[in-house]
Design a protein around this ligand. Structure first.
Ligand SMILES: NC(=O)c1ccc[n+]([C@@H]2O[C@H](COP(=O)([O-])OP(=O)(O)OC[C@H]3O[C@@H](n4cnc5c(N)ncnc54)[C@H](O)[C@@H]3O)[C@@H](O)[C@H]2O)c1
Length: 680
């Protein structure tokens, strides 16, 4: 079964840098993919690029050798366009040549089946104009990936004038099934990201040309201002200086002199040399350079939003995910203060004789910063889907998310046209737990009370899901960790795709699940398995989660919405029966049910005959002892209490756990080094 059963076969045309990477990602996510090029040799070369990348991945322990072999076996190189007859989606990634692309599209028209979606990875041509080369322009869309497309998560999904919204929706879902972070762009030159990225590059070139600073200083200033690993000149050297010239020529033609190639860029390309990037760095110029680069970006980002090319949210997500900037343009404007950002942009627009973008002018006049849609509400077929929209933070829950969910949820409850409510996550993950930085910050400032207040507020929100008279469904299409699992458990039903995973990592970072994880898990899967999950942090697949009754169903991605609609029609679940116990998990459930916590942590137990139990015991030994003890007690004591009392009990130990040294050690080490717990 492919991750999305309505896409049996995918295809990529052009087995070059982009095409091979796109095909690699599709195959990695479990899809069979045709990789097409002009002759067999070129197609095979594309597959060879994938083989090489996978071999590097094996060496760096990203893939196991057998997994890499399986991925490669799903890539089928060919030069026969007729093979495309069975493909459900084709991505065109041939040379950036309009006539060539048009020829490819008319050929696709002849060989592809009627329902197939045709996407172009063009960077600079109009999707609408390419679509005009086919008989079915409604199924042609832009799918603009970023280098390296197997690694960079961003994809701009572009609707042409004739694109069918249903086609765009299907293609969007496929990108999510591929683990991508899609953003929506209209069919304008440069789409969203290149539209502001290119002027960022050309502003750097102008700073150099005016003799303000050398390349080394500009690169370092940019790295600092945007929180990135490479400055504009080094980046151009890596991706190819001619590509920047090509982009500037296209965008300059479409939008005028601000976007056009500076003479210095042209002469650099003519020299055939990369930019010289050595030299001394003058830190005294950092602020001036940072401001100039930021101002160009502020203007363009605001102008593209004014024009309806993209939203404020998608522009910022594009910058963070696609370019790996620490902040998106609008967040950065907020950080500058909008009055100052407007001042800078006003001088810039005077210099370039351009209008001041309305969105910035009006927001600055309101004296409030830009706000972001942390939770998006879409109502379709009387179902309100509330999507947490922080894809690059894996939708981690913080105070803003809770506040936005409270508001969106109460509106959906109050809306008589809404019969069911779905909680979902944008991008690759469902929800990767609570935002750890919030915890660390408050421990450091001695404000543990704020953590307790946040947790209680989040518990109340989750309780309102559970007691809602309308059915509330968790739509889990990716990773659910800690608070994400807890949020799902408070919904009436949890419906997942095969890619979803579930885990409680809390005891491994010095704390315990505080949003009902020690209470609702037990009520779903019984005490033994609840302890196994909460105390060991074991990650389980959606299939296993369904087998033990932690979740309600696993369906292929494409069937998710239909399954959710059926769950809404079935109404809220009031009394849930305890989960069934499959034979596969019987031994571990019994073991954890019986053993007291001292025995579970006993080193001798690691030699247990059952390998799963031995592994569990070893894992518990590496967790924070106080967190393990409190979590185990909460599971034991909560089971006989009414749920509301159990939840209160869970809250009552929060201050204690967040005051331990181990909590600070675990939370502050996350992603940096393995924590060393001392049991204090
Ligand atoms: N390189 C980037 O960073 C980047 C980023 C986003 C989008 N793009 C776009 O992706 C597309 C491909 O770029 P690339 O860098 O991978 O180019 P590339 O030159 O590496 O690869 C192009 C491939 O297309 C093949 N090809 C040419 N004509 C063909 C035909 N008629 N049928 C089948 N295959 C054909 C070529 O043999 C070659 O293997 C371009 O439209 C480019 O603008 C590139």
């Amino acid at each position: 079964m492919t991750p999305d059963s309505s896409f049996h076969l995918l295809a990529v045309i052009g087995a070059g840098n982009m095409g091979s990477g796109i095909a690699q990602k599709m195959a990695t996510e479990g899809f069979r993919v045709l990789l097409v090029d002009v002759d067999d040799e070129k197609a095979a070369r594309g597959r060879k690029i994938i083989e090489q990348t996978l071999a590097d991945g094996v060496q760096r322990k990203i893939f196991r050798p057998d997994a890499a072999g399986a991925i490669l076996s799903r890539v089928m190189p060919t030069s026969r366009f007729e093979d495309l007859g069975a493909a459900d989606l084709v991505v065109e990634a041939v040379f950036e040549d309009f006539d060539l692309k048009k020829r490819v599209f008319s050929r696709l028209d002849e060989v592809c089946k009627p329902g197939a979606i045709l996407g172009t990875n063009t960077s600079s041509y109009s999707v609408t104009e390419l679509a005009a080369a086919t008989r079915w322009p409604e199924r042609v869309i832009g799918l603009h990936y970023f280098y390296h497309p197997a690694k960079n998560r961003l994809v701009e999904v572009v609707g042409g004038k004739a694109s069918d919204p249903a086609v765009l929706r299907r293609a969007w879902r496929l990108q999510e099934a591929l683990g991508k972070t899609p953003i929506a762009s209209s069919d304008a030159y440069g789409f969203i990201v290149n539209r502001f990225f290119l002027p960022w590059l050309t502003e750097a070139i102008r700073i150099l040309d005016e003799g303000v600073a050398g390349t080394a200083t500009i690169d370092e200033a940019a790295k600092k201002a945007f929180g990135i690993g490479m400055g504009p000149f080094e980046l151009m050297n890596v991706t190819g200086v001619p590509i920047a010239l090509h982009a500037a020529t296209t965008l300059g033609g479409a939008f005028g002199p601000l976007y056009a190639a500076p003479a210095l860029l042209r002469s650099q390309v003519e020299s055939g040399e990369p930019w010289p990037i050595d030299g001394t760095v003058d830190t005294g110029l950092f602020t001036l350079i940072g401001d100039r680069l930021a101002t160009a970006v502020f203007y363009v980002a605001a102008a593209l939003v004014d024009e309806g090319v993209g939203t404020i949210d998608d522009t910022d997500i594009g910058a963070r995910v696609g370019l790996r900037w620490r902040r998106g343009p609008f967040e950065l404007m907020n950080a500058y203060g909008l009055e100052r950002a407007l001042d800078l942009v006003q001088s810039f627009t005077t210099q370039w004789q351009l209008p001041v973008p309305r969105v910035l002018e009006e927001q600055a006049r309101s004296s409030r910063p830009f706000t972001f849609t942390v939770v998006r509400t879409d109502v379709a077929n009387s179902i309100a889907t509330l999507t947490i929209n922080r894809p690059d933070k894996l939708n981690a829950i913080n105070g803003d998310v809770i506040a936005a969910l409270e508001e969106a949820f109460s509106q959906a409850v109050a809306n008589p046209a809404v019969t069911g409510i779905v909680i979902a996550g944008a991008g690759k993950a469902f929800i990767a737990g609570a935002d750890i930085r919030f915890f660390v910050k408050n421990i450091e400032s001695g404000e543990i009370d704020r953590i307790a207040v946040f947790t209680e507020r989040a518990q109340n929100l989750l309780r309102s899901f559970e007691t809602c008279p309308k059915p509330v469904i968790a739509r889990v299409h990716g990773m659910a960790l800690g608070g994400g699992v807890e949020l799902a458990l408070a919904c009436h039903r949890i419906i997942a795709t095969p890619k979803a995973t579930f885990a409680f990592p809390e005891t491994g970072i010095g704390i315990y699940p505080g949003l009902g994880g020690t209470q609702r898990t037990t009520r779903r899967v019984g005490k033994g398995l609840a302890k196994w999950l909460v105390l060991t942090g074991e990650t389980i697949s959606a299939t296993d989660a369904a087998a033990i009754g932690l979740i309600d169903a696993v369906v292929p991605y494409e069937e998710l919405d239909a399954a959710i609609a059926a769950a809404v029609a079935a109404g809220p679940v009031v009394d849930r029966e305890a989960g069934r116990m499959p034979a596969s998990h019987q031994a571990i459930a019994e073991y954890f049910d019986r053993s007291d916590i001292a025995a579970l942590r006993e080193p001798g137990e690691t030699t247990h005959d059952d390998p799963r139990i031995a592994k569990a015991a070893t894992r518990i030994g590496a967790k924070a002892p106080i967190a393990v003890r409190i979590a185990a007690d909460l599971i034991d004591q909560g089971l006989d209490l009414p749920l509301a009392d159990g939840l209160r009990l869970e809250l009552s130990h929060l201050r204690e756990i967040f005051s331990t040294k181990d909590a600070y050690e675990g939370l502050s080490s996350l992603g940096k080094k393995p924590p060393v717990f001392t049991g204090t």
